[in-house]
Design a protein around this ligand. Structure first.
Ligand code: MG
Length: 385
């Protein structure tokens, strides 16, 4: 059985003051947690991630992969679902539609709902409501009815359908612009939809306080300590004529570059050392000994990848990076956006969690005379208990 998931994350987040799907949550963004859960389900062969145009431009390239197709959404949720459905491969048996703002979805729930949809045609995860619900029909806030609670379930996502069921429904309601979920249309189209008991943890981030709850639940799930570890890194390389200048994984046009056994990228070296420091794993020189022929001219992004692998093996979660470059030349401010973007990609952090600043050395010492570039960095992370 083959499943294609459509994750809709094109909303503007009007109740959160910005797109909630990209708020930072334990070292990655909300939508990346959702994406990660789907990528862990073997039946999910393809994910179509639907973003707003601006997010597509800003983050599309980083989120896309062999399994993840990133496309532009529409002006309503239903239009975004339609755009996503157009990209579903012909041979998909089941289509799963998921809210990008439900980061606590688990591979187990996804799998259970996919299987039920394959068997029944349509299924969604839901939980019995906890509170007694009231129907309030007017502005004076008078209650007009109390539906029997025992019959009420709160619907979640992923809502899963056999491909032909969703295709028929979307065609039947082609002129419909809005719907809070697809299931109501599938029901109106005459199909039976089955509920799969889920957990209340799979809630949709709607209000700012939901972020704190999500973070606490994820920490518990991952067994992360509440006490952050801080690491510090420092590096300095000589600035010489005839070398390319690499800073923060970005090649910068300049008459001089940094001398070193590797590409001499002081920012990546200091930042990688900061992460190793917080892990208590020494320094990059232990893993990439200077002078060893096999690592001569190595791209420093490979050093970072190795360090991030160590972080992953320790089940750690990077919270932020703070980087201070000390350089007389070149002027770095014009390169900040590109360097920040690259650091956020290499270290798997949302851009808001990467801070970059540059200082001169006031003409003092070798740094001040422009003979070298230095860098200080700190990294904060949470480790598994
Ligand atoms: Mg170095």
């Amino acid at each position: 059985m083959k499943c294609c998931a459509v994750i809709v994350a094109a909303g503007s987040g009007s109740r959160m003051g910005g797109p909630k799907q990209f708020l930072p949550l334990l070292g990655r963004s909300v939508v990346e947690w959702s994406l990660d859960a789907f990528l862990k389900v073997p039946e999910v062969e393809q994910v179509v991630l639907v973003l707003s145009r601006s997010d597509l431009e800003k983050r599309g390239r980083d989120l896309a992969s062999q399994k993840v197709l990133v496309i532009e959404g529409g002006s309503t949720r239903l239009e975004s679902v339609r755009n996503g459905f157009r990209e579903v491969p012909e041979d998909a048996d089941v289509v799963a539609i998921h809210d990008g703002a439900r980061p606590l979805i688990t591979p187990e729930i996804i799998q259970a709902v996919i299987e039920e949809a394959q068997a029944s045609g349509a299924a969604l995860p839901a939980v019995p409501v906890r509170d007694t619900l009231k129907k309030v029909a007017n502005k004076q806030l008078w209650i007009t009815a109390t539906p029997a609670r025992s019959l009420l379930w709160a619907a979640q996502t992923p809502q899963c359908y056999r491909r032909e069921v969703l295709a028929e429904t979307l065609e039947k309601f082609a002129s419909q612009k809005e719907a809070t979920d697809e299931s109501q249309l599938v029901e109106r189209a005459g199909h039976k939809v089955k509920v799969v008991p889920s957990t209340a943890e799979n809630f949709k981030i709607t209000y700012p306080e939901d972020m704190a709850v999500s973070e606490a639940l994820l920490k518990r799930r991952m067994g992360l300590s509440d006490r952050p570890a801080v690491g510090f890194g420092f590096d300095i390389h000589k600035l010489v004529v005839g070398r390319p200048l690499w800073l923060g994984g970005v090649k910068i046009e300049h008459a001089k570059g940094l001398l070193g056994h590797s590409d001499g990228d002081v920012i990546l070296h200091a930042a990688a050392d900061a992460v190793l420091g917080a892990l208590g794993e020494g320094e990059i020189g232990l893993f990439f000994p200077p002078g060893e022929a096999s690592t001569k001219g190595i791209e420093s992004r490979k050093i970072v990848a190795e360090v991030m692998e160590k972080l992953k093996n320790r089940r750690g979660s990077l919270l932020n990076l703070d980087v201070t470059v000390v350089a007389e030349e070149p002027k770095l401010a014009p390169h900040y956006p590109k360097i920040k973007e690259t650091l956020s990609t290499l270290f798997g952090l949302p851009p808001e969690r990467v801070n970059l600043k540059a200082k001169t050395h006031e003409g003092l010492d070798a740094l001040g005379q422009g003979l070298a570039i230095g860098c200080y960095a700190t990294a904060t992370l949470l480790l598994a208990n």
